[in-house]
Structure formats: C-alpha cells, structure tokens
Design a protein around this ligand. Structure first.
Ligand SMILES: C[S@@+](CC[C@H](N)C(=O)[O-])C[C@H]1O[C@@H](n2cnc3c(N)ncnc32)[C@H](O)[C@@H]1O
Length: 203
C-alpha cells in the first residue's frame, strides 16, 4: 500500500488541532469525513488521545493511503478507515464502534465536491449525532458572497475550470443548509492562509 503525502496537511494541522482541542468533547468517536491521505487522522489521533478517530473517504486510493499511514502510526485510538461517500443513503457507521460518534470533522471537502455534498453532509450528520454534538468544517469560504482574499478568488477560478461543480462556497449558504438539518453555527474562527474553521452544534 502506498502512503500519499499532501504537504498542506503539515502546514494547517496545528491551527486545526487548536480548534479541535477547544470544541471537541472529551469522549467518543470523531468521524472524519473526507480524510484524504490520512496524515491528519494520524496527527489528530495522536494529539487527542481520549477520543477514538475514525477516518473515512470515498476514494479507494485514499483509503489505501490512510491504511498505510494507520499501519505505521503509534496511535491505538486511530480506527481503520472506512469507505464513506457523504451522499450514501446510510453511512457506514453501524454501531460496531468502540464508542458512539460524538463529533464530525470535515476538512477541505466542500469546495472540491459538488454543492449537493454540503446538504448530504448535514443530512448524514443529523442522523449520526446526538443533540449538542459538533460538526467542524475547515476550508476557504466566501463571506457575504465575497472572497476574503485574492488568493481564494484565484483558487476558486482554478477549481471551477477543473470541475464546474466545484468552487469556494458561501459561508452563509453553508450555514443555511446546516440550519435546515438542525445545526446552529456556534463559532467562525479565522485561521492562517485565509481559511476558516466553522463549528456547528446540533440543536
Ligand atoms: C482536498 S481533499 C482534502 C483531504 C483532507 N481532508 C485534507 O485536508 O488533506 C478532498 C477530499 O474530499 C473527498 N471527497 C470528495 N467528495 C466526497 C464525498 N462525496 N464523500 C466523501 N468524501 C469526498 C476526496 O476523496 C478527497 O479526499
């Protein structure tokens, strides 16, 4: 199996960890949606030892990479990855976990997937999470329909030219979708490189 390597994960992981330390509960399983290479999963599991960390992704190459990172990791609380597409009608979370899912983390997916994935993410989250549980998003967002930096505008253009269904999302539109599934936006945190961490809780 081949470990994939995404340099950005090493640049953003400390800032994301600081938010996770502030907002995640002490116990339970964190369901990571769209884990990518698996580097974040190893790092967060090692730094959040009281939680189980469940990485997932829809892509088979990524799952192989997550497995490879998992095998080398010194992180007993890191669970083997599962295949999960947020658009699946039933997520692969079937009660066989060491602890119930107490939070969902989704990093850098909403702009690199069709807009329908945002709705699917919160529909699934509403099914899996109990009242008061958090969903944490991380990535670039527009605010009041405007890009927050020229670099994000250029990135948005590049994404849309790669795939017409991709693009930097409006934070307000994401919050509306989340509210429609019973989630309130608790906190928006500006993090380096013109990204945001957005914390929702289930009302
Ligand atoms: C830019 S990568 C981010 C990966 C990782 N979270 C990170 O920050 O390095 C986007 C990820 O979203 C995943 N993804 C895209 N559409 C998805 C979907 N419908 N359900 C689950 N994951 C999806 C891709 O497979 C990919 O791993």
């Amino acid at each position: 199996m081949t470990k994939r390597y995404a340099p950005a994960t090493e640049r953003n992981r400390e800032a994301i960890l600081a938010v996770l330390q502030d907002y995640l509960p002490d116990k339970g399983t964190v369901l990571e949606i769209a884990s990518g290479t698996g580097q974040h999963a190893v790092f967060f599991a090692q730094h959040l030892a009281s939680l189980y960390w469940l990485p997932t992704d829809l892509d088979a190459t990524n799952l192989a990479s997550i497995n490879a990172w998992h095998e080398e990791a010194d992180a007993p609380n890191l669970l083997p990855p599962r295949q999960l597409d947020v658009r699946d009608s039933a997520w692969a979370i079937d009660g066989d976990l060491p602890a119930p899912v107490s939070a969902i983390v989704n990093i850098n997916m909403l702009h690199i997937s069709p807009w329908s994935c945002c709705g699917a993410l919160f529909v699934g989250a509403a099914e899996v999470l109990d009242q008061g549980a958090v969903v944490m998003l991380y990535g670039p967002f527009k605010r009041d329909r405007l890009h927050t930096a020229a670099s994000n505008a250029a990135f948005d253009e590049q994404l849309r030219s790669q795939n017409a269904e991709w693009g930097v999302r409006d934070l307000e539109a994401v919050v509306d979708v989340a509210m429609g599934q019973g989630f309130a936006c608790q906190k928006v945190i500006e993090v380096p490189a013109n990204n945001l961490s957005v914390v929702f809780d289930k009302t």
